[in-house]
Design a protein around this ligand. Structure first.
Ligand SMILES: *[C@@H]1O[C@H](CO)[C@@H](O)[C@H](O)[C@H]1NC(C)=O
Ligand SMILES: *[C@@H]1O[C@H](CO)[C@@H](O)[C@H](O)[C@H]1NC(C)=O
Ligand SMILES: *[C@@H]1O[C@H](CO)[C@@H](O)[C@H](O)[C@H]1NC(C)=O
Ligand SMILES: *[C@@H]1O[C@H](CO)[C@@H](O)[C@H](O)[C@H]1NC(C)=O
Ligand SMILES: *[C@@H]1O[C@H](CO)[C@@H](O)[C@H](O)[C@H]1NC(C)=O
Ligand SMILES: *[C@@H]1O[C@H](CO)[C@@H](O)[C@H](O)[C@H]1NC(C)=O
Ligand SMILES: *[C@@H]1O[C@H](CO)[C@@H](O)[C@H](O)[C@H]1NC(C)=O
Ligand SMILES: *[C@@H]1O[C@H](CO)[C@@H](O)[C@H](O)[C@H]1NC(C)=O
Length: 809
């Protein structure tokens, strides 16, 4: 049987070479051109490429006052007087001195500076007959010389701050991102593109938070920005589908561009051929009207909105929450004392919304009404008495007109010498209180459960664990106990429009806190009892875990039967949303996939090793990998996770929970779990990311019903390259993709001891020089193949199985 399986892994490279060779049939001798470089050519600083009809130029430049050198594209018109760069190749990797743009010997296009530091602009994927060309629409492409339609790479797939006609911008993946400043083209705070919850709208985000929303796309070519209709000749038409938007100028030869400024202002400009200059058609102003621009207690001044001058300041007695970034809001230098407070007057303020209005009262009555409640933070007397509670947002000064008056803001009346003592006095008890609450909560729930009998057969966490947990990690997490009414307000009474989806233990809603922060709320089904251990578990485990690849738990709410978990909001949903749907999968380019592969590995390493408590996730899968605005992965759903004794190496549970297709064999069959069971799940995930296929699907592939079986089959026949996702269209470094498949097979080996640790996995994936052992047969082949639940029966035949046996099924 095994004789049939040949080991000719080396052959696949030969296969590919033959494929490409047959594609390059007849080479025609190209003429001397200014828009193209071949692999044997390069452009050095001072030289340029100019598109055929002289619309666009590619060359080296230094932005503003910077002395760094960048490779970019700009309009040929007004090249000298007002050069505006529309694309930058090495925006985050500036060159210190004059450099060169050339191909390396693997057909990748690189920029190389004098010191020999290089940056890869475009992967040529080993294609032999490549040329790089600047097109008349501003797109810089790497394409086959013989078949110019075979575009291997294009700059339009990597937008910077400018949207040109014919360029697609796409949900989550191809967004405009602002420059940091006019001197620094590195990725800034703002991004722009179609929104994911309502694909038919264009959104500007500031650090992932919605900053401006366009009109909705309803088929009307100008519905997105209706103001354009009031221009005598409608200057452009939008075209959007569920994922992507593009536009055509009117008349369609007119140069047009959308530019996202470093201050978040979006400009649409068109070139006037008569005046030989750019006309600004429309601008979304960065103004104080933008919700929450200056954060909690920050004051926005409309007269100060300039890129160089932050529009925000803090009131007297407050300090910027983060240095040089007043938009993070302001915090009190001294906390409120309740009984020892005073009010400062702030004249000329536009009074914020969210107020409580009392019937007409004098100044003094209004002041004492506010003083009487410890949570009242401000009052104003203008058409009656208005009171504000909690953090104030959208404070504005520098306005005239209605709604402007004097705001009286509550501050502590003592001097700041008592500051430190007060801080300790204020913070320590609240931490202690939180710990106390949690212990009490667990204790109450436990005594409640005693009568019903234990629901969680293997009790996961002891009170001592809790204390250990709270003490182990650094303080600084901002875990909040929310009240149920805060949550109902934030989610608009759990309205269906705000529903994001249905998790295992209840629905998830999107919400907005009064300070503008977007949240996701998981509402555990009331009375289900089923979610209780998971709820407890999740709070205890992740509240104190802080890592950029773990989803942040902001707080929770326990009121009566209601149990809610509050997370940071992830605008790009989860990995399965992209990975297992054809059109969306095509949006995941190789860089994004590598970023996800590495990010998830980093998150797991943190859980397994670097958090003070070792944690095993136990339910790692594509739908538990959430994606933020920049498509960075965050591991979520810690309902099944377990704290793990660092001295032992494995633990045992009677209650096997997890997801078929991702579960390690020893765990699914015997309930034994260890960090190596997470490694198994990671291996499955890795294979899914590279192949774009679902492991546990029912689709038959090759002789196998599962992806693991199929991968093993291809591995043994040296045909692993067939596994690489077709929707990448070969736009990935082949050796790296094959390396990922190899590593994934190492992760899913049957014996837990054979599988590498996550730290080893990460270095295998990232280090091109690491030598990898040959994988042994993946675990669980039979179960994955049959997709049945009768595990024990299958186990018996597991060892006797071989791939060819499966043929007859
Ligand atoms: C460079 O490559 C092009 C296309 O492959 C070829 O036509 C040209 O002759 C080469 N030039 C030199 C100097 O080798
Ligand atoms: C090709 O690149 C590799 C590594 O980048 C280098 O070691 C090798 O010398 C290069 N070959 C040629 C012919 O330049
Ligand atoms: C833009 O998207 C459309 C389909 O959505 C596609 O046909 C076209 O090639 C894309 N254009 C570019 C430049 O990628
Ligand atoms: C999406 O946009 C359309 C058009 O403006 C609007 O009718 C619809 O209510 C929006 N949907 C959501 C969920 O906001
Ligand atoms: C776009 O979305 C609509 C409504 O959600 C759906 O009916 C349609 O099939 C989608 N079109 C594509 C191309 O996905
Ligand atoms: C934002 O910055 C641009 C220059 O980068 C400037 O022209 C514009 O006026 C600024 N926007 C506002 C609203 O001040
Ligand atoms: C922060 O701002 C101060 C003055 O406003 C400046 O001196 C300092 O260099 C800035 N720090 C950073 C990190 O930009
Ligand atoms: C507001 O009114 C004051 C005095 O009436 C005037 O000096 C100032 O220019 C006005 N500001 C704005 C922004 O209109």
């Amino acid at each position: 049987m095994f004789g049939k399986i040949r080991f000719w892994r080396e052959c696949m490279l030969v296969d590919l070479l033959i494929m490409y060779a047959s594609a390059s049939r007849c080479l025609s001798a190209p003429m001397e051109r200014t828009d193209i470089i071949f692999q044997n050519q390069s452009i050095s600083d001072g030289q340029t490429l100019i598109s055929e009809r002289k619309n666009f130029v590619l060359g080296f430049f230094s932005p503003g006052a910077s002395s760094y050198r960048y490779v970019g594209i700009w309009h040929k018109q007004n090249d000298v007087s007002e050069r505006r760069v529309v694309w930058v190749a090495n925006r985050n990797n500036p060159m210190k001195d004059k450099g060169i743009l050339k191909f390396d010997n693997s057909s990748n296009l690189i920029v190389l500076d004098g010191s020999g530091t290089s940056f890869t602009v475009a992967y040529g994927v080993g294609v032999q007959d490549l040329e790089a060309a600047i097109l008349d629409n501003g797109n810089f492409v790497l394409r086959s010389i013989t078949n110019k339609d075979n575009i291997v790479w294009q700059s339009f797939d990597f937008p910077t701050n400018t949207w040109l006609p014919e360029m697609n911008i796409t949900i989550g993946t191809k967004l405009l991102t602002s420059w940091k400043s006019s001197d620094d083209p590195a990725v800034g705070d703002y991004s722009f593109g179609p929104g994911i919850t309502n694909a038919s709208q264009l959104i500007i985000w500031w650090q992932g938070h919605t900053f401006w929303t366009s009109g909705g796309w309803d088929g009307d070519v100008n519905a997105l920005i209706p103001e354009l209709k009031s221009i005598s000749t409608i200057p452009l038409y939008f075209h959007c589908d569920n994922l992507t938007c593009t536009y055509t100028p009117n008349p369609d030869s007119r140069f047009t561009k959308f530019v996202l400024d470093p201050n978040g202002s979006l400009n649409i400009a068109q070139f006037d051929p008569d005046a030989q200059s750019w006309t600004l058609l429309w601008r979304h102003p960065a103004s104080c009207e933008v919700s929450n621009l200056c954060g909690v207690f920050g004051i926005c001044n409309n007269n100060n909105i300039l890129p160089s001058l932050p529009p925000c300041r803090c009131p007297e007695g407050f300090a910027e929450q983060e240095q040089n970034n007043s938009r993070k809001g302001c915090t009190r230098k001294i906390p409120l004392q309740c009984n020892g407070d005073k009010f400062i007057d702030m004249p000329g303020m536009r009074l914020p919304g969210n107020r409580e209005k009392l019937s007409v009262m004098g100044d003094d009555e209004c002041q004492s009404a506010c003083m009487m409640s410890c949570s009242c933070t401000a009052y104003a007397v203008l058409d009656g008495c208005s009171l504000w509670y909690g953090g104030l947002t959208n404070l504005q000064e520098g306005n005239n007109g209605s709604g402007v008056g004097t705001l009286y803001l509550r501050v502590a009346s003592i001097s700041s010498s008592g500051h430190k003592i007060l801080w300790v006095a204020g913070v320590l008890p609240s931490v202690a209180f939180l710990i106390f609450c949690l212990i009490l909560f667990i204790w109450i729930r436990r005594s409640k459960n005693k009568g019903k009998g234990k629901q969680d057969g293997h009790h996961s966490l002891m009170t001592t664990d809790t204390i250990k947990l709270w003490e182990s990690e650094e303080t600084g997490s901002q875990f909040t106990m929310f009240s149920f009414s805060q949550i109902t307000n934030a989610t608009d009474k759990f309205s269906t429009e705000n529903k994001l989806g249905e998790g295992g233990f209840g629905p998830v809603y999107k919400g907005n806190l009064p300070d503008g922060k977007e949240i996701a709320v998981k509402r555990l089904a009331a009375n289900s009892g089923q979610g209780l251990p998971e709820f407890k578990n999740e709070i205890l485990l992740i509240a104190k875990l802080q890592h950029s690849n773990l989803v942040g738990l902001l707080g929770c709410c326990i009121e009566g039967e209601e149990m809610l978990l509050v997370y940071e909001y992830m605008p790009n949903k989860s990995l399965d949303f992209f990975l297992f749907e054809k059109s969306r999968r095509a949006l995941l380019d190789w860089e994004m996939r590598m970023n996800i592969i590495e990010g998830v590995a980093q998150g797991l390493i943190y859980l397994h090793k670097h958090s003070r408590l070792r944690i095993i996730h136990r339910d790692l899968k594509a739908s538990n990998i959430l994606l933020d605005t920049d498509m960075n992965p965050k591991i979520s759903d810690f309902g099944m996770a377990r704290i793990f004794d660092p001295k032992g190496t494995q633990a045992n549970t009677k209650r096997v929970v997890g997801t078929y297709g991702y579960m390690a064999p020893e765990y699914a069959m015997a309930g034994i779990f260890s960090v190596k069971s997470d490694v198994f799940s990671y291996g499955v995930l890795l294979l899914e990311i590279v192949s774009g296929m679902k492991n546990a699907g029912s689709q038959r592939r090759g002789n196998s019903l599962s992806l693991l079986g199929y991968a093993w089959e291809l591995w043994n026949e040296g045909r692993c390259h067939e596994l690489i996702d077709k929707s990448l269209h070969g736009r990935c470094p082949l050796s790296l993709a094959l390396r990922c498949i190899h590593v994934s097979l190492l992760c899913v080996q049957e014996q837990a001891a054979d599988r590498p640790f996550m730290t080893e996995v990460l270095s295998m994936v990232t280090n091109e020089n690491a030598t990898l052992p040959d994988p042994k047969q993946p675990g669980f082949l039979s179960l994955l193949v049959s997709n049945r639940t009768d595990i024990t029966e299958e186990t018996c035949s597991l060892n006797g199985l071989s791939i060819t046996n499966l043929d007859g099924r």
